[in-house]
Design a protein around this ligand. Structure first.
Ligand code: MEV
Length: 293
């Protein structure tokens, strides 16, 4: 196989609107690609062999791609440039792995089918956290919002809400694997919370189809209460959720694995989104983004 002088791969990030954690237990989740927030990986010839590191999802992703292509020359190096803040529940581990696998295939001049890409990224995601539902990889691969369940896979959903989502970063690393473990340790006690979260995602889909923003906001805030009850939120995320509601958001919740990471707030107009975004920055959000829904 003739290797190129450089391989480049890109991937976009994602945000979970509803259903995080419950999705691990077979309930539905609703997630959106954030197409404007990207990661780029570049693979270049290096001076020494790239060592395997089972703790590192990025290096695992690169080796998984090289193993698949049966490449023996592993003298290479990589760079990552990312608009996705690391470990903030925006799919950065899945996005980084996707970009890296695409970069390896580009470096080797090989075509890459989506299904294989998803298999390889899920291998790396199992390193990032032991029992990934597959939602992050799927959403980072998707161009449209999707509903995902572990058993039934995904289906695209139409979101045409004339609404805006403010995403605000607590500035703290989210801890997905710890949070997933924390829920698992609760055994049967977590079950009513997970069930209700699943039910709220179903409800969110109904109110989305009716373009009922007020109810969607309420459902999001209820989901936050349940996630906090499960112990996967944190004081900083709770404070930003409260600040968003105080500033007039229709609803707000943590998003992703939690124990840090980001919150999202629903607003009916760009002006409201900008005002809430400003308020969240004053209340300590590290960074904010506005996405139209
Ligand atoms: C992490 O972004 C989402 C979780 O539901 C875990 C998963 O789906 O694998 C917490």
């Amino acid at each position: 196989m003739k290797l190129k002088k450089e391989g480049v791969g890109k991937a976009h990030s994602k945000i979970i609107l509803m259903g995080e954690h419950a999705v691990v237990y077979g309930y539905p989740a609703l997630a959106l690609p954030l197409k404007g927030i990207e990661v780029t990986c570049q693979i270049l010839p290096g001076q020494k062999e790239l060592e395997r590191d089972k703790q590192d999802p990025l290096v695992t992703a690169i080796h998984a791609a090289l193993d698949h292509l049966a490449v023996t020359d592993r003298q290479l190096t990589y760079t990552i440039s990312s608009q996705v803040p690391e470990r903030r529940g925006m799919g950065s581990s899945a996005a980084v792995s996707l970009a890296a696998i695409r970069a390896v295939f580009d470096y080797c001049g090989q075509a890459l089918a989506d299904q294989l890409l998803e298999e390889l990224v899920n291998q790396a995601e199992r390193v990032a956290h032991t029992n990934p539902s597959g939602l992050d990889a799927k959403t980072c691969l998707s161009d449209s919002p999707l509903v995902y369940t572990r058993t039934e896979g995904f289906r695209p959903v139409k979101l045409d809400l004339s609404a805006y989502l403010v995403i605000a970063d607590t500035g703290l690393h989210g801890q997905t694997s710890e949070a997933v473990q924390k829920v698992k340790n609760q055994g049967n006690q977590a079950q009513p919370y997970l069930e209700q979260l699943g039910h709220l995602t179903d409800q969110a889909l109904v109110v989305i189809s009716r373009q009922d923003l007020t109810s969607l906001g309420q459902v999001m805030t209820q989901a936050h209460g349940l996630l906090d009850g499960l112990g996967v939120s944190c004081p900083e995320a709770n404070a930003l959720v409260a600040a968003a509601l105080e500033a007039g958001a229709l609803g707000a919740k943590m998003t992703g694995g939690g124990l840090g990471g980001c919150i999202i707030a629903l607003t009916p107009s760009r002006e409201a989104a900008e005002r809430i975004s400003q308020h969240l920055a004053e209340k300590g959000a590290r960074e904010t983004w506005i996405e139209s829904l």
